[in-house]
Design a protein around this ligand. Structure first.
Ligand SMILES: [Zn+2]
Length: 441
């Protein structure tokens, strides 16, 4: 069902599913580490699901990137998030097999494409599409930068997440998918016997909401929690995501004392003790990274030092399979200050890279640079090796030895990576370098 352009990748994915290398939530850090897993693996979550998962007597879940939830009521069903356009038809058929009553409401936890992708498919003439009021502006923002996001998403995830596969997906894209019911801080309603409370819980996006069902103490938190340090900054590009918003919103959810936590990515957590432990640790990890970044900024430290130095203490180590602490440090730093770092040379419209050809020439040519890069690589400093090769490429973009060295370094980094987004961008670099090599051969 996934819109994958590359048949080889699909075969790889299928083979890995068959070999049980993938966890229930669709990815396996060990497999990524071994270099055998494409980042698009993350998008395969739920592809082997045969029937909707029953959470309790009224709540059902279809698994994907992300999940779709359905709450069954005597006055029609409530759909919470609708996954990607490519996954929505499967989710709809799994959930309709449980109950195919009218869709009273669709609640969107925030306006990212992996939550809005099936709105057009699920929406019926009478259906309310409910969102937090900031979602309208957020959809316009994504639409305004559609060209950039298509390029970045296809690089980071290995293929185009947003390409419409049918008319309903088309309707779901950008501003065409406008909600018809908006709220600011809180919206309460009752349907049949079921009570719903919608709370504004900004974090990954400023339109994010949590759905709270007090009767069951169930919280549908969207992307407020997942099983990795969060993407406080995502490499595909984003407006600043405020760490302090995450903290306030997690506190708001914790204060409800949930017994069922239903994130839009990954599996549910049951029992307040487990939920409280997991979310408090997650919250404290974000707080730690935020506070250490602010402390370093006020002490006059530069962003690269802080990216290197700030590490989660063991008790707060929530893993970095998706978000990465160092990217978040830079996201927080530059979210607060913007781009200027105080160096006079960086005020002007000329990049540091513009003098690379001069430096490479002075050093005696790209051959010497490649040799030095090789030494760094052998000594375990692949990043320094990569930086040298970037300089050589600026001087001689079509040099076979330079490109071959770049390919080697990127492959070493990818094989060592246990982070899906890092792996995505390294794979993108490898593909580009291979194409460059083919063109000059
Ligand atoms: Zn999401």
């Amino acid at each position: 069902m996934i819109n994958i352009k590359n048949g080889t990748r699909l075969l790889l994915v299928t083979a890995l599913w068959g070999a049980n290398l993938v966890g229930a939530d669709g990815y396996n850090p060990e497999a990524i580490k071994s270099g055998r897993v494409d980042p698009s693996m993350h998008l395969q979550q739920g592809s082997n699901q045969l029937e909707a998962q029953k959470i309790n007597s009224v709540i059902y879940k279809a698994t994907g990137f992300g999940n779709t939830f359905m709450v069954v009521t005597s006055e029609g069903n409530v759909i919470i998030d609708t996954s990607l356009p490519s996954m929505a038809p499967k989710h709809k058929s799994l959930l309709n097999a449980v109950d195919d009553g009218p869709v009273h409401s669709i609640i969107i936890t925030h306006g990212h494409g992996d939550h809005t992708g099936g709105v057009g498919l699920w929406r019926e003439p009478q259906t309310k599409v409910i969102a937090q009021t900031n979602m309208v502006e957020f959809l316009h923002y994504q639409q305004r930068l559609k060209g950039l996001f298509m390029q970045r998403n296809s690089a980071q995830f290995g293929f185009d997440l947003t390409s419409p596969t049918d008319a309903s997906a088309n309707e779901s894209s950008g501003v065409n998918m406008l909600p018809n019911t908006l709220f600011d801080q809180q919206l309460d309603f009752t349907l049949g016997k079921e009570k719903f409370q919608l709370l504004h819980t900004p974090a990954e996006t400023y339109d994010a909401l949590t759905v709270w069902m007090p009767e069951y103490k169930a919280a549908f938190v969207g992307d407020l929690y997942y099983r990795s340090f969060p993407n406080i900054y995502t490499l595909r590009g984003t407006k600043p995501r405020w760490a302090l918003d995450y903290i306030a919103s997690i506190d708001r959810v914790l204060a409800l004392k949930p017994e069922i936590l239903l994130p839009s990515h990954g599996e549910p957590i049951f029992g307040n003790k487990n939920i409280s432990a997991a979310m408090t640790r997650y919250r404290n990890a974000i707080q730690y990274v935020h506070d250490e970044t602010v402390r370093g900024m006020n002490a006059g430290k530069d962003v690269y030092s802080l990216m290197r130095d700030i590490k989660l203490p063991e008790m707060l180590n929530v893993g970095e399979a998706y978000g990465w602490v160092s990217w978040s440090v830079r996201g927080i730093y530059e979210g607060y200050t913007g781009w200027f770092d105080g160096a006079p040379a960086n005020m002007y419209a000329q990049s540091p890279q513009s003098i690379y050809p001069d430096l490479v020439g002075l050093s005696g040519g790209s051959g010497k640079i490649v040799n030095l890069a090789q030494q760094h690589l052998e000594q375990g400093d692949a990043v320094k090796a990569l930086l040298l090769v970037e300089a050589a490429m600026a001087a001689e973009p079509n040099n076979h030895a330079v490109l071959t060295m770049r390919l080697q370094i990127l492959s070493v980094l990818r094989n060592a990576s246990a982070n899906l987004n890092e792996t995505g961008w390294l794979t993108h670099g490898i593909n580009q370098t291979q194409q460059n090599l083919e063109q000059i051969d």
